[in-house]
Design a protein around this ligand. Sequence first.
Ligand SMILES: C[S@@+](CC[C@H](N)C(=O)[O-])C[C@H]1O[C@@H](n2cnc3c(N)ncnc32)[C@H](O)[C@@H]1O
Length: 225
Amino acid sequence: MKRIPEAEMMNDAAQAAAYAGADFVQPNTLFVDTFARCFPDFNGCWMIDLGCGPADIPIRFARAYPGLQLVAVDGADAMIALASEAVQHAGMTARVQPVRWRLGREPAPEVAQRSFDAAISNSLLHHMADPRVLWSTILQCVEPAAPVLVMDLERPRDEARARDMVEEHSGDEPAILKHDFFHSLLASYRVEEVRTQLDTAGLPHFKVERLGDRHLVAYGRTGCA
Ligand SMILES: C[S@@+](CC[C@H](N)C(=O)[O-])C[C@H]1O[C@@H](n2cnc3c(N)ncnc32)[C@H](O)[C@@H]1O
């Protein structure tokens, strides 16, 4: 099935609220566990989360790594408002800083101009109008040899399979969320396509693998073969 891009930003308030209210415990736990499995010795101080959405993942990282400070960026005002609420509710305002930044369109805000010890991103890649922007932003943001983990959906073989996956994984969720999940599946990349992106971005030593029944992960350390 050919990829069908979807809108880059999640700026619509209803769309952002539905996303923030959805149950992402399983994939978000998988994300944190996968980082720990890929980088068992990580003990850095500063991490950036690109396309943080409502900040559930950076809050989970702050809990899992007590010495970590996180800058969580997203280009959508609606998402940053929800992220700020969630961070406050979690009592993490001293350690997780949500900041609005649209990658590829705006210069980095001051808080994101430091050199980070790690970069993470979940479910942003398939939203990007140009995927090269994600890989080049990561390279600009991190220290040499910093751990990087990018997770996303993998595009299924056809629309019928995408529809089945929506029912399997979000059958009881609101219609707006099911609509977005379906279009995200159609917009996502295949493992082979991410492999090509990494090779082109100067990250040929990064690994890219299928994870579970609907995700892929790309990971590695910048500047390390
Ligand atoms: C599907 S959500 C994922 C949110 C979060 N990472 C998670 O796993 O829950 C994708 C997010 O990327 C943001 N986004 C898309 N394009 C972006 C860009 N160019 N710069 C910054 N954020 C972007 C959207 O606004 C949206 O909040």
